[in-house]
Write a protein that binds this ligand. Structure first.
Ligand SMILES: Nc1ncnc2c1ncn2[C@@H]1O[C@H](COP(=O)(O)OP(=O)(O)OP(=O)(O)O)[C@@H](O)[C@H]1O
Ligand SMILES: [Mg+2]
Length: 304
C-alpha cells in the first residue's frame, strides 16, 4: 500500500490523523480573525472561552457532520503540514466503524457477532459486525457534549455557579463515575456567581456530577438494548460470548463498563486508548494487505 496513504477520523471534538506509524490527535478547533488563522487544534482550544470578540474560536464539525467546510479545509491542510511536512492526501478511506473494531484488536475478518459502542462528543455509534461486515448499526445524538451540558446545568442549580464548557469537561474527566458509586471527591470549579455576577470558585462534589450524567448514559444503554433485541439470535449468542466493546473518548468515564454490564447482563470491555481506536484501526488496515478488502479507497487521482 502507498506510503502516502493517510487515515482520518474527523470527530465533533477531536481530529485524528495517521500516516505510517505517526498519529496526530488534537481538538478539532480553529481560531480565526477576519484576516487570519490565529490558532488550530489544541492551541485553539486553549483560547476557547478566553478570547476577545474579534477572534472566533469554533468546532467546524457539529453532530458528526462537517458544518463549516471552509474552516475544515483550512484545518485539514494545517494538520497535514503538522504531521508530515505538507504532503497532499492520497487514498483517504471511509471505513470508520470497521476500523474501530480493528483498533480494538479484534480479528475482524473471522469474528462473528461483535458489538461496538463508540461514544464520542456528539454522537454514539452502536454497530453489530460479523466477518468483516456491518450487520446493523445505529447512530444516536448523545455523547460527551451532552454530559458537559448537563453538568453546566446541575452546577448552576446546585451552586449558583455559571461555568463554561471547558470547566464542565474538566470536572467530567476529573470526577465523573457511572452508576451510583460516589467517592466523596470534589474539584474546584471556576465560574461566575448567578446572583452577584462576580467571578468565584467553589468546590464541586462528584455526587452532583454523577447524578447529572445518569440520564444520557441510561439512554445509551437503552439504545444498545434495543439493538441487541433486534439482532438475530445466532449473532446475539456470539455478542454475549465476546462481550460488547466500548470505544470513543466518552468511554473514558470511570465505571462505564460496569454500569453497562449491570444493566445488560453482558461482559463489556473498554478498549485501550478508546479515543484513538478508530485511527489505530486505520493504521493496521493500511499496513496489512490482508485487510485491504475492508477498505473503500477512492481513486488516488482525485487527490493529486
Ligand atoms: N477520560 C475521559 N473521561 C470522560 N470523557 C472523556 C475522557 N476523555 C475524553 N472524553 C470526552 O470524549 C469526547 C471526545 O471523544 P472522541 O474524540 O471519541 O469524540 P469525536 O470523535 O471527536 O466526536 P464524535 O465521534 O461524536 O463526532 C469529548 O466529549 C471528551 O470530553
Ligand atoms: Mg468519533
Amino acid at each position: 500500500m502507498s506510503q502516502n496513504r493517510y487515515g482520518l477520523d474527523i470527530g465533533s471534538s477531536n481530529f485524528k490523523m495517521c500516516v505510517r506509524d505517526k498519529v496526530l490527535n488534537e481538538k478539532n478547533m480553529i481560531a480565526v480573525t477576519r484576516k487570519e488563522v490565529v490558532g488550530i487544534g489544541d492551541d485553539a482550544y486553549d483560547m476557547y472561552e478566553k478570547v476577545p470578540e474579534n477572534i472566533d474560536v469554533s468546532f467546524p464539525v457539529k453532530s458528526g457532520v462537517i458544518a463549516d467546510i471552509y474552516n475544515m479545509q483550512i484545518l485539514l491542510s494545517k494538520f497535514w503540514q503538522k504531521i508530515n511536512g505538507g504532503k497532499k492526501p492520497m487514498g483517504v478511506s471511509d471505513f470508520f466503524i470497521v476500523a474501530d473494531a480493528v483498533g480494538a484488536g479484534i480479528d475482524i475478518l473471522n469474528a462473528k457477532g461483535i458489538m461496538m459502542v463508540d461514544i464520542g462528543a456528539e454522537t454514539c455509534e452502536i454497530s453489530v459486525l460479523s466477518m468483516g461486515g456491518i450487520v446493523n448499526s445505529r447512530s444516536v445524538k448523545i455523547g460527551g457534549n451532552k454530559l458537559d451540558e448537563n453538568i453546566i446545568y446541575a452546577v448552576r442549580n446546585e451552586y449558583n455557579l455559571v461555568i463554561g464548557n471547558k470547566t464542565a469537561e474538566r470536572l467530567k474527566i476529573g470526577l465523573a463515575c457511572a452508576g451510583s458509586n460516589f467517592n466523596s471527591r470534589s474539584m474546584t470549579g471556576f465560574g461566575r456567581n448567578v446572583l452577584s455576577g462576580l467571578p468565584v470558585s467553589c468546590q464541586i462534589s462528584d455526587e452532583i456530577i454523577n447524578d447529572s450524567i445518569k440520564d444520557p448514559l441510561k439512554a445509551i444503554v437503552e439504545e444498545v438494548r434495543a439493538i441487541l433485541e433486534h439482532t438475530p439470535p445466532e449473532l446475539s449468542v456470539d455478542i454475549i460470548k465476546n462481550g460488547i466493546f466500548m470505544t470513543g473518548g466518552t468511554s473514558g468515564i470511570k465505571n462505564i463498563d460496569e454500569m453497562f454490564r449491570r444493566s445488560l447482563n453482558v461482559t463489556v470491555k473498554v478498549v485501550h486508548t478508546p479515543q484513538e481506536s478508530i485511527i489505530r484501526g486505520l493504521m493496521r488496515i493500511m499496513a496489512d494487505s490482508r485487510m485491504s478488502e475492508l477498505a473503500y479507497v477512492p481513486d488516488d487521482r482525485l487527490f493529486e
